[in-house]
Write a protein of this length. Structure first.
Length: 464
């Protein structure tokens, strides 16, 4: 991938280095031979991996924690995630000392201008779609680079690099309108549901933001939009527009879908050919639609029908995207990142299709006070489709509490099922004595994943 260091900086300091998107860029510059370090609030599996790879990470926000070699503003570029508050002591220091500070999205934007960016956007579905796209390209003769919004199970990383290809797959983040910094060669919009209303305020503003993103696709490129999304972008001259769906028609879609226990096959329909009998490596129905979008991008970039078949069948998923953690004749345990009502609905529906007639116990950790407030009724409606709900406290991430917005407020709106509140630290003791569980699923984008190994171990110990 041909990218020159921005303004010849030799040191890169990341504020929020443990974020999934930030860590991919940090890894990229480390691989390129640059000096890389950063700050994050807490130690995680991801920050531990970065440290193992030789990247220095500090967990205290004081200025004294910044390694001395990164205090030379002529050599150090500071890269910032939107989750870092404006009054963060290290950020205040860097700005007062007139360091060059760039947002993560600005760095990705630079990369898309130097290469052919394949950018996947959407309220939901973008991580799975971008990871499938990257895998299809990477394992083919076309090849690619990729900055992913999740850890690929195939490669155990969120960064893929090629020595030859100038294609770069990027997950396009709509939060804070970050994806407006990108200059895509090709793009997909998987969905444009209302979300991040603390930023956008209205659904119309969300859709306008996606329309602007589509207008950034460079001449000679292509935009592929999920059929049925009400967007009317003004495209640049020479940009081709396509639609896709799972099984609702469009330029790209699936046909002859066959679902059996542990297996999904379908035919992939393109504008000019039909590729028969494609097997889905992760046999979850929601991945059919994600795969259609990914295959469309790969097909448009020259991946052959045989390479598409091989690539999709060998795709093994994304960490925390519908991962089956434990399976026995009596119990299945699934972990999923879903944190928006639409994602929860798709996940629960897929579980119903995979395990018809079995009792589903959902353990949900709401993510953000604003999202819980703005979509409380939608969350309650979806969660009420479970058989049993264990609701954890809201994970605040970057936010301060909002009066009257808590998990009890959400639980009160859930109806018709067995339900209860549980503090995170009390979950394992609660599950220790739980009987009658058949399918258990943990949902959420906060730190609920820290409980996954303990839950798995508990189920193994109990021999459920």
């Amino acid at each position: 991938m041909s990218v020159q260091s921005m303004e010849n900086f030799t040191r890169y300091y990341f504020l929020g280095i443990g974020g999934i998107g930030m860590s991919a860029i940090a890894r990229y510059y480390k691989v390129q031979g640059f000096d890389v370090a950063g700050y994050d609030r807490t130690s995680t599996r991801l920050t531990a991996d970065l440290q193992t790879e030789g990247i220095e990470v500090c967990y205290t926000m004081g200025v004294s924690s910044i390694p001395a070699r990164f205090t030379d503003k002529t050599k150090t570029l500071v890269i910032l995630t939107p989750a870092i508050p404006e009054d963060h002591p290290q950020l205040v220091y860097f700005r007062e000392k007139n360091f060059r500070v760039m947002k993560r999205a600005e760095v990705l934007g630079y990369i898309t201008r130097q290469n052919k960016g394949i950018c996947i956007a959407g309220t939901h579905g973008k991580t799975s779609t971008s990871t499938i796209t990257a895998h299809l390209l990477y394992q083919s003769k076309v090849d690619c680079n990729a900055f992913l919004g999740g850890i690929s199970n195939n490669y155990n990383t969120n960064l893929l690099l090629s020595k030859e290809s100038n294609l770069v797959v990027i997950e396009a983040d709509e939060y804070d309108r970050s994806f407006h910094h990108l200059t895509p060669y090709m793009a997909v919009i998987t969905s444009a549901d209302a979300d991040h209303l603390d930023i956008y305020h209205t659904h119309d503003a969300v859709k306008e933001s996606y329309e602007h993103f589509a207008s950034l696709v460079r001449p000679g490129g292509a935009i592929i939009v999920r059929k049925g999304i009400d967007l009317h972008p003004v495209l640049q001259k020479g940009v081709k527009a396509y639609t896709y769906s799972m099984d609702e028609g469009g330029d790209f879609h699936a046909a002859n879908i066959r679902i059996k226990p542990g297996e999904i096959r379908f035919d992939f329909v393109t504008p000019t050919e039909r590729i028969a009998d494609v097997r889905l490596g992760v046999p979850v129905k929601i991945n059919v639609e994600n795969s259609v979008a990914a295959m469309a991008l790969a097909w448009l970039n020259g991946v052959t029908s045989d390479e598409l078949r091989t690539g999709l069948s060998s795709f093994s998923g994304v960490y925390r995207r519908f991962n089956i953690i434990y399976k026995s004749p009596s119990l299945v345990y699934i972990d999923d990142y879903a944190h928006h009502p639409s994602e929860l609905s798709a996940g629960i529906s897929s579980i119903r299709e995979m395990y018809p007639g079995r009792k589903i116990t959902g353990i949900f950790q709401p993510h953000l006070y604003t999202r819980t407030r703005d979509f409380a009724d939608d969350f309650a409606k979806v969660l009420s489709t479970l058989d049993e709900l264990i609701l954890l406290d809201i994970y605040p991430a970057r936010e301060l509490p909002i009066e009257g917005v808590d998990s009890q407020m959400l639980l009160d709106r859930v109806s018709g099922i067995k339900k209860e509140l549980c503090r995170k630290e009390e979950l394992i003791p609660l599950l220790t004595n739980r009987e009658g569980m058949e399918v258990v699923v943990t949902f959420g984008a906060g730190d609920i994943d820290a409980l996954v190994p303990d839950i798995k171990q508990l189920f193994k110990k109990r021999k459920l």
